[in-house]
Every structure is written in structure tokens, then in C-alpha cells.
Design a protein around this ligand. Structure first.
Ligand code: FAD
Ligand code: NAP
Length: 337
């Protein structure tokens, strides 16, 4: 395993921020992860785990070891009737996995097509889109404990999944490195077309609705609305949709009849993009840091913005949303160092 010093992370983060890691290594196995833990601990270095860097803000050089998880492999580990359990290395690309599953007649994750990043990062925020979350097809994961170096198993309840959330962002933050994820898929498709524009996109495509068509519909909608990080640096949604109580939402709806909110149990999930847009931020720019002109939730790097500049812009947006609506927006991407 190689530990490269003063490694540029510019092409390793989807914002394209031009920062360096003091050391960087790629783990292709659980043993590599264990070796990296020893390397960092022997030198008293902080360690940052990275997949494809699509949900990060690198606000400066990283003073320790950046460990890229590059464990590959896919294996069907169990089949029972129509149900199939697929074990996947944490370093596999999520979008490629969705396409591979479709090609192999394994269904359940087609709505999650085109989400950037690795399979190992997917449980961290319980990735979700177009009415489906990872949790719905998650069986278990293997993770290396950063303190002991031992491999442990987590089932769905141990992961404590929530809305763009899991135990790995809370009580177990920075305590485990995910090496393997097992998904529970189905050979019998159960289509999920109730969300947003999927139905109308399927009608426009004029094809029989099947999992391939759903994936294609979601792909078309996403390509229309979202900036491609290969063209304009971004980390997807910069703010989480706030989930508030009914008695907080009702007065807002009286004052702002167009406010966008969806029931979430006995609470209401408010569309953060609508709040940001109402405050006039959509399409604005401060130097090379900006708010995308088609999606107010996505902050972008037009070229040479730094992580700090994007965070300054985010702070201004948070303040104006709080002043106007009394709602505090939380950041979705993780900020380092
Ligand atoms: P990174 O950004 O590298 O890491 C994210 C966090 O996870 C870091 O804290 C890191 O330490 C930790 N981590 C990564 N891998 C591991 C591991 N193996 N073990 C332990 N910790 C780990 N997200 C959605 O949920 N839905 C969407 O629809 C969506 N759309 C997006 C669209 C765009 C254009 C972009 C740029 C991002 C989007 N995202 C979306 C966010 C992002 O794609 C996901 O959060 C993704 O899971 C991040 O994967 P990654 O490998 O790039 O993780
Ligand atoms: P959108 O369809 O314009 O909808 C705006 C917001 O309203 C979304 O955030 C969504 O919440 C919510 N919403 C819309 N229809 C809903 C329904 N039928 N039931 C419940 N909630 C509904 O959103 P968008 O920005 O274009 O994104 C489309 C999907 O891709 C969303 O699921 C979004 O989460 C996902 N996405 C995520 C990221 C990321 O980085 N996290 C980036 C791009 C897209 P939800 O977000 O809870 O679905």
C-alpha cells in the first residue's frame, strides 16, 4: 500500500476545490484499511475516509491521512425465490451498480440511478431520491472499527437510518470504515413511480413502465435539473430539507400560501430549495461561488472558488432563510478539515 505525501485532492472532490492532503492512500481490502489505521495512529495523524468526494466541502488542506476506499467486487450471497442478496465492495461506484443490477434483472434501486459516489458512502446518509431510500433494500454492512481494527456487522436497525441520516453521522461518527454492503433486491420488479415528475416523464417517453424505463425517466429528469459535477463543481443539495412540526408549519402556510411542504409522519418536510429561492438566491454568484440557476439547493464552484468562499455564501443563505422564515437550514455535505 502506498502513502503519497502532499497529494492534491483537486480531482478527487466533486466541487473541484484545490487543496492537498498531507498523506493519501487507497484501500483495496479490509487489510489495507487496517494498515492505514496503524500508519495514522503511529504518526498521530487525523484520518479522513473518502469515497468519491461528492458530499464534502474541503475548506483547506487536510493535515492528516486521506484514505480512499476502493474495495471492489459484487457477489450474490443468497437467493430465496424472487429475492436476491447482493454483497458489494464499498469502493464500487453506486451508479454503475444500479446499471449492473438492471442488466442482471435485479430490481429495487432503479430510482437511485445517477447518484454520484461509492457504495460504501451510501449508508452514511441513507442516500435517497425520487421516493426511494437505501434503507428500503439494505440488509447489512461490514465495517472496520477505527479504534480496534476489528470487522463488525451492522444490520438495518443498528444503522439507525433516518432522513439523509444514519448512526454514522451521529453517535458513531468517524468511528467505523465501511468495507462491504449487502443489498436485498428482487427479481420481481415493484415499480415506484409516485414521486414528482416520474409518471409524466414515462408518459412522454411513451414506453411500457418497467424498471429500465423508470431509471431512464429519473436519468432524464436529473440531467435536466442538476449540474454535472464534471462541468460545474458541486456536491448536490447543499442544505437538508428541514422537517418541522405542524404547529410551526401552519403559520408559515398562512403567511406564504405557496410554501412547499410534504407530510412526514406527524411532521412536515419543507422543500429547502423553495425557501432559498424565495430569498432571491437562485442564480446568484459571489466571485466563483454561486447558487445554481435551475436548482437553488445546489451551490456551485464556477472555477476557482475555495471551500471557505462556498461556506461564506452558505452562511449568508442560512441567515436570510432564518430571518425570513424562522427556519434554520442544516448543511448536508460534511465539512473538512
Ligand atoms: P464522500 O463524499 O467521499 O464522503 C461522504 C461522507 O461519507 C464523508 O464523511 C466520508 O468520510 C464518509 N464515507 C465515505 N465512504 C465511507 C466509508 N466507506 N466508510 C465510512 N465513511 C465513509 N445524495 C443523495 O442522497 N441523493 C441524491 O439524489 C444525490 N444526488 C447528488 C447529485 C450530485 C450532482 C452530487 C454531486 C451529489 C449528490 N448526492 C446525493 C450526494 C452524494 O452523491 C452522496 O452523499 C454519496 O453517497 C456520496 O458518496 P461519496 O463516495 O462521494 O462520499
Ligand atoms: P424536487 O423534485 O424539485 O422536489 C423538491 C423537494 O420536495 C425535494 O427535496 C423532495 O424531497 C420534496 N418532494 C417532492 N415531491 C415529493 C413527494 N411526492 N413526496 C415527498 N417529498 C417530495 O427535488 P429535486 O431537487 O429536483 O430532487 C429530486 C430528487 O433527487 C429528490 O428526492 C432529492 O432528494 C434528490 N436529490 C438529492 C440530492 C442530494 O445531494 N441529496 C441532489 C439532487 C437530487 P426529498 O429530497 O426528500 O425527496
Amino acid at each position: 500500500m502506498q502513502f503519497e505525501a502532499e497529494y492534491s485532492l483537486k480531482s478527487d472532490n466533486s466541487f473541484g476545490f484545490d487543496v492537498k492532503a498531507r498523506f493519501r492512500a487507497r484501500a483495496e481490502s479490509q487489510e489495507d484499511i487496517q494498515e492505514a489505521l496503524v500508519f495514522a495512529s503511529d504518526r498521530s495523524l487525523p484520518l479522513m475516509v473518502m469515497g468519491e468526494g461528492s458530499n464534502l466541502v474541503l475548506a483547506g488542506d487536510y493535515p492528516g491521512l486521506v484514505l480512499n476506499i476502493a474495495i471492489g467486487g459484487k457477489k450474490i450471497v443468497k437467493e430465496e425465490g424472487e429475492r436476491v442478496w447482493l454483497s458489494v465492495g464499498a469502493g464500487e461506484n453506486w451508479h454503475d451498480l444500479v446499471l449492473w443490477c438492471l442488466d442482471n434483472g435485479l430490481y429495487g434501486i432503479e430510482n437511485l440511478v445517477l447518484i454520484p459516489g461509492t457504495v460504501g458512502a451510501a449508508p452514511i446518509q441513507n442516500i435517497g431520491a425520487y421516493g426511494v431510500e437505501l434503507e428500503s433494500c439494505f440488509e447489512q454492512l461490514q465495517a472496520v472499527c477505527r479504534e480496534t481494527g476489528k470487522v463488525e456487522l451492522f444490520d438495518s436497525s443498528a444503522c439507525a437510518f433516518g432522513y439523509r441520516d444514519s448512526i454514522f453521522k451521529g453517535a458513531l461518527k468517524d468511528r467505523y470504515i465501511i468495507s462491504q454492503v449487502t443489498l436485498r433486491l428482487n427479481r420481481n420488479p415493484q415499480l415506484n413511480t409516485g414521486y414528482g415528475e416520474i409518471e409524466s416523464e414515462l408518459s412522454a417517453m411513451d414506453v411500457l413502465a418497467d424498471p429500465h424505463a423508470v431509471a431512464e425517466a429519473v436519468t432524464r429528469i436529473r440531467r435536466r435539473k442538476l449540474p454535472d459535477p464534471n462541468e460545474i463543481g458541486n456536491a448536490g443539495s447543499f442544505f437538508k430539507n428541514p422537517i418541522i412540526r405542524q404547529d410551526e408549519f401552519e403559520p408559515l402556510r398562512q403567511r406564504f400560501p405557496d410554501i412547499v411542504g410534504y407530510p412526514d409522519g406527524d411532521r412536515v418536510k419543507v422543500a429547502a430549495g423553495w425557501l432559498v429561492d424565495q430569498c432571491g438566491w437562485k442564480g446568484t454568484r459571489q466571485g466563483d461561488a454561486g447558487v445554481h440557476d435551475r436548482q437553488a439547493l445546489v451551490l456551485v464552484n464556477y472555477g476557482n472558488a475555495t471551500g471557505e468562499q462556498v461556506l461564506e455564501l452558505a452562511k449568508k443563505i442560512q441567515n436570510s432563510v432564518e430571518q425570513t422564515f424562522g427556519i434554520k437550514l442544516d448543511l448536508e455535505p460534511r465539512v473538512y478539515p
